[in-house]
Write a protein that binds this ligand. Structure first.
Ligand SMILES: [Zn+2]
Length: 160
């Protein structure tokens, strides 16, 4: 079965993108970079407590790829904590998982990033008749990610 490789769906972008040890001047500080898909792997495996298989499905990657991303992420964070480095979260190779909505009034359909709030009104006619699009329902039930990465490319650089 053909499936885009390495799509690495991320459901929510990080709210905080920089961590720094207290009392160390920035000039003396080493910095490590955690890619956004590595952040997502940590979130799914270590915060949500998912096994690697379902976590890999959520991100739309193989279990092996997920394991690799998670291992790199943990080593990066360990390096920062043990060696007193700052952590910058940015970049990487990922797409945002998107949810599709449809307005039952005017028929307008649009997509919203997975982590964003559910839209309160249709952006076209401003009426509150907002529903998850039909073709999106199975997606929510089956678990986000699998083969359905239609999202935009994630930020690749320091444009935060
Ligand atoms: Zn509408």
């Amino acid at each position: 079965m053909v499936r885009p490789t390495k799509c690495r769906c991320v459901e929510a972008e990080p709210n905080v993108v920089y961590f720094k040890p207290r009392g160390v001047p920035l000039t003396d500080l080493d910095e490590v970079v955690l890619a956004v898909e590595e952040y997502e792997a940590i979130r799914l495996a270590d915060l949500e407590g998912l096994e690697q298989e379902p976590a890999a499905v959520r991100m739309g990657v193989s279990r092996q790829t997920f394991g690799r991303v998670l291992e790199t992420a943990r080593r990066t964070i360990a390096d920062a904590i043990i060696n007193g480095k700052a952590i910058r979260i940015e970049g990487g190779d990922f797409v945002m998982a998107m949810r599709k909505f449809r307005c039952s009034d005017c028929g307008h359909a649009w997509e919203v990033a997975y982590g964003a709030a559910r839209p309160a009104a249709c952006p076209q006619c401003q009426k509150p008749s907002v529903h998850r699009a039909e073709e999106d329902r199975g997606y929510a039930r089956a678990g986000a990610g699998r083969g359905r990465c239609r999202g935009r490319r994630g930020p690749g650089g320091p444009n935060r």
